[in-house]
Ligand binder design. Structure first.
Ligand SMILES: Cc1ncc(COP(=O)(O)O)c(C=O)c1O
Length: 292
């Protein structure tokens, strides 16, 4: 049976100031964001009905939009309230949320300074981002590289930056892999198509410096939790020829949470104690927040 299309569901979407039936959340074909990628978004999860790091996500949405030259007409606090209400209205406990902001159809053409800015938030129940996550996933090397910070607004969670992620993820799926690991324009290890990456060697965590890709909130959480435990975490340039020296590897992201890796392009990794610790610390934190 085909999976249920995302537009064809019951429930509610919050759009431009009000809750509307899910199926009515539509845009016009001349929407600037569709033609020129003037759209920014957030992917978030709620645990036990509470959105994890909601405010940080709302602030990042604002920052992403600002980098693309537009301001959101709703404050971060208002977005937090919307997310709370949306999760409650749908009766969800654990779910995924997608907040986005985009330039509308008031103007056509590359320049669009006067276009209205639209904002929407939707939510749905979503299990693990990767099937068979606990077995560890297999990554190939992406055919596309993360662009240099002067070639794209790399600090913005901008929809346009996901074009190369979709192409890379499709290439991975076609070759029988779960996802792709992307190098950056210098040839250094960067991240996966929708998550950051960590490696382990001799009890130390190594992760690429986020100087041309998203410094994920999950990444920051994992680093802080590891340091609290006294684990050394080194953020640095990581080169492809080092990969064989690492024993464990895992991905981090709001959707992927913490996902063990068992292969990168023929190199085997064994999900082990460091990855398990990160997973259990993250689970404890997301659950504790919800109890608060
Ligand atoms: C390309 C990319 N990198 C990293 C991340 C991880 O970010 P976060 O942990 O804030 O979800 C995401 C997910 O949002 C992503 O899409």
């Amino acid at each position: 049976m085909a999976a249920q299309a995302f537009h064809d569901r019951d429930g509610w979407v919050w759009m431009d100031g009000s809750f509307i039936p899910h199926r009515d959340a539509k845009v016009h074909v001349l929407t600037h964001a569709l033609h020129y990628a003037s759209c920014v978004f957030e992917g978030e999860r709620a645990y036990g009905g509470v959105v994890f790091k909601s405010h940080e996500h709302s602030q990042r949405l604002h920052q992403s939009a600002r980098i693309l030259g537009f301001e959101l007409p709703y404050s971060a606090e208002e977005l937090d309230r919307v997310k709370r209400e949306l999760v409650a209205k749908q009766g969800f406990s654990d779910c995924y949320l997608r907040a986005l902001a985009w330039r509308g159809s008031e103007q056509m053409g590359v320049a669009t300074a006067r276009s209205d800015v639209h904002v929407a938030v939707s939510a749905w129940e979503w299990g693990d981002y990767f099937a068979d996550k606990m077995k560890g996933i297999r990554l190939m090397i992406a055919p596309w590289r993360r662009p240099a910070p002067d070639c794209a607004p790399t600090n913005s969670k901008a929809a346009g930056l996901y074009m190369i992620c979709t192409l890379s993820k499709h290439a991975a799926a076609d070759a029988g892999f779960d996802d792709a690991m992307m190098f950056d324009w210098r040839g250094q290890v960067a991240e996966a198509t929708g998550a950051n990456i960590f490696f382990v060697r001799d009890g130390v965590l190594h992760t690429p410096t986020p100087d041309c890709f998203l410094n994920g909130l999950t990444r920051q959480t994992v680093i802080a939790q590891a340091r609290q435990r006294g684990v050394e975490v080194i953020e640095r340039a990581i080169f492809p020829n080092e990969l064989a020296t690492f024993s464990e590897a895992f991905l981090t992201g709001s959707a992927a949470e913490i996902t063990p890796i068992r292969e990168i392009a023929g190199l085997a990794f064994k999900p082990g104690a460091m990855c398990e610790q990160a997973m259990s610390d993250y689970a404890a934190l997301t659950r504790r927040k919800n109890a608060a």
